[in-house]
Design a protein around this ligand. Structure first.
Ligand SMILES: Nc1ncnc2c1ncn2[C@@H]1O[C@H](COP(=O)(O)OP(=O)(O)OP(=O)(O)O)[C@@H](O)[C@H]1O
Ligand SMILES: [Mg+2]
Length: 258
């Protein structure tokens, strides 16, 4: 069996602006991969191409032997900002992917309820998004992505609007869900410690144009615990990755100030 996801020589232009160049990547079934890199290096664009929401300018994405050209039920997407429909309840938001696919039988309803329970939202099924905290809304987002039972989960800074404590809780919840179902995950984040904590591999992107600078394997035992974040091994990984992107980040901060 080949890799679950195979990306070769991927490039992307928006007009004259080259955003991504020459990205090669093979992802194994069940692997958890994070993507880090400075703002504007093309992480969201990369994920959107894998999702089939954006077309590559060159190269291709192959999922299970088939070239990706459009979105599909085999990929679940969690966006950078929550995209819940305000007039729908938590349950109705979570099941929407199934509804679009025309599959809302008792089994799908049951599974959606189970997922809401899994993300800690039991009892909130009939609430509307405005009645939830930011963290709860992001958990609905996560349940919605999982409800279509995707083989590949694409997550774009899903925890960025959460406070530090909720974020850590969500990290462990995501780990628990991932250990349970072993989906293939591509996870974009700015938090390097989050990337190290969650991942089998961390892809460090460089910018202008966005390309793969280094592919860092994280050889920490699983299941991971929050206490691991304080071990010297963990800190070494974080330092290493931070050094790789530091110059790039510095350059982009200066650019944004002028
Ligand atoms: N639809 C679009 N049309 C034109 N340019 C775009 C479009 N989408 C993204 N870009 C440009 O592509 C570059 C990469 O954007 P992208 O959103 O992929 O970066 P990112 O790494 O996700 O950044 P951040 O960390 O801030 O979320 C940016 O320069 C952005 O302006
Ligand atoms: Mg982005």
């Amino acid at each position: 069996m080949g890799p679950k996801l195979s990306i070769s020589n991927l490039g992307k232009f928006f007009g004259d602006l080259q955003v991504l160049r020459g990205i090669d990547l093979a992802v194994e079934r069940g692997e958890f991969i994070s993507v880090v890199g400075p703002s504007g290096c093309g992480k969201t664009t990369f994920l959107r191409i894998v999702a089939g929401l954006e077309q590559a300018s060159s190269g291709q994405v192959v999922l299970d032997g088939r070239v990706v050209r459009s979105p599909g039920g085999d990929r679940g997407f969690v966006f950078q900002t929550d995209s819940l429909l305000p007039w729908r309840t938590v349950f109705a938001n979570a099941i929407i992917g199934r509804e679009i696919a025309g599959q809302v039988g008792p089994a799908e309803r049951q599974r959606t309820l189970e997922l809401l329970k899994l993300v800690g939202l039991e009892g909130f099924e009939h609430y509307h998004p405005r009645q939830l905290s930011g963290g709860m809304r992001q958990r609905v987002n996560l349940a919605r992505a999982l409800a279509i039972d995707p083989q590949v989960l694409l997550m774009d800074e899903p925890f960025s609007s959460l406070d530090a404590q909720t974020r850590e809780i969500m990290q462990t919840e995501l780990m628990r869900i991932w250990e349970e179902g072993r989906k293939t995950v591509l996870f974009v984040t700015h938090q390097i410690d989050e990337a190290v904590f969650l991942s089998d591999r961390v892809l460090v992107f460089a910018r202008r144009p966005g390309r793969l600078r280094e592919n860092v394997s994280i050889n920490l035992a699983r299941p991971r615990t929050l206490a691991m974040k304080r071990t010297p091994e963990f800190v070494r990984y974080v330092d290493h990755i931070w050094r790789l992107i530091e110059d790039d980040v510095r350059a982009s901060v200066i650019e944004e100030m002028v």
